[in-house]
Write a protein that binds this ligand. Structure first.
Ligand SMILES: Nc1ncnc2c1ncn2[C@@H]1O[C@H](COP(=O)(O)OP(=O)(O)OP(=O)(O)O)[C@@H](O)[C@H]1O
Length: 272
């Protein structure tokens, strides 16, 4: 479905020599299977976003080949690339909605670019908004929505033109844990019901563990390893954090040792 073969990319500061510059990707090879959710994880600056941007031709490699849905993105005219991008949706950490357009206006943008008529745009727009559970917000503006709702609108917009692939660049990094859970559910639903192949970039292992079938790990521009489905299934779930536990109404009185520690702390504070 998606294949990167020996992809390298170097970025240059203005005025720097050809042998200088920063090597953001170093001979990266990766296969993403049709219908899978593939995570790309790594620390800041590892090259995750650069790799993702290669998958819709927003970045061109210095060396190597990028093939998406049987098409070599590295050997295409700009015009052909714009056409291919209609089958590749993308969502971002900060949603990238257009503030002076309504929710429906945002969602129908890719359809406008594809030359769809006004009734077609409206019908498909409302259909994808219904899919993400926000049909009733169609006439509102992005500023009137919560972060999670904005990301749902961005997902609806990415789905409007029936993409085969959805690229997600840190889609939950601006959201709290509850909202993150909701967005991960929507993405899983997109994958399962529409058969859309998803590539998800994140620096949060827990997000990758919960959503992805396989996970590739990046470090300093290199793809270090890819975890198989059974390896992903064996990553232990972290303990629920305190906020989640309190919000879900769990009774929590602290463990014996916590209670003891707090008491000792209070006693010490009384003395000082
Ligand atoms: N257009 C650019 N010009 C110059 N350097 C760039 C450019 N894009 C990325 N880089 C550099 O390439 C390296 C990899 O960047 P990239 O954004 O792919 O990393 P990342 O793993 O996504 O990091 P983060 O999680 O912080 O977004 C970084 O050192 C970054 O500064």
């Amino acid at each position: 479905m998606i294949s990167l073969d020996g992809v390298s990319k170097r970025f240059y500061e203005r005025g720097s020599r050809a042998d200088q510059g920063y090597e953001a990707l170093r001979s990266v090879s990766l296969e993403v299977k049709q219908g899978e959710i593939h995570g790309i994880i790594g620390s800041s600056g590892a090259g995750k976003s650069t790799l993702l941007r290669m998958l819709n031709g927003l970045e061109q490699p210095d060396a190597g080949d990028v093939i998406v849905n049987g098409q070599h993105l590295t050997r295409m005219s700009d015009r052909a690339l714009r056409q291919v991008r209609q089958s590749i949706g993308m969502i971002f950490q900060h949603f990238n909605l257009v503030s002076n357009r309504t929710v429906l206006g945002n969602v129908s943008m890719p359809l406008e670019l594809a030359g769809a008529s006004r009734p077609e745009r409206r019908e498909r727009g409302l259909e994808v908004l219904r899919f993400v559970g926000l049909e009733e917000k169609a006439r509102q503006y992005p500023a009137q929505l919560s972060g999670g709702q904005k990301q749902r609108v961005a997902i609806a917009r990415a789905l409007a033109s029936h993409p085969a692939v959805l690229l997600c660049d840190e889609p939950t990094s601006s959201l709290d844990p509850q909202t993150t859970g909701g967005i991960l559910e929507v993405l899983r639903h997109v994958n399962e019901t529409m058969g859309v192949t998803i590539v998800l970039v994140t620096h949060e292992m827990e997000v990758a563990r919960r959503l992805c079938h396989r996970i590739s790990v990046m470090r300093e521009g290199q793809l270090v390893r890819t975890l198989s489905e059974s390896e992903v299934n064996r990553i232990p779930a972290p303990q629920p954090d305190m906020l989640t536990s309190l919000l879900e109404g769990d009774s929590w009185a602290g463990t014996g040792s916590d209670t003891q520690r707090l008491k000792e702390q209070e006693d010490n504070e009384d003395v000082t």
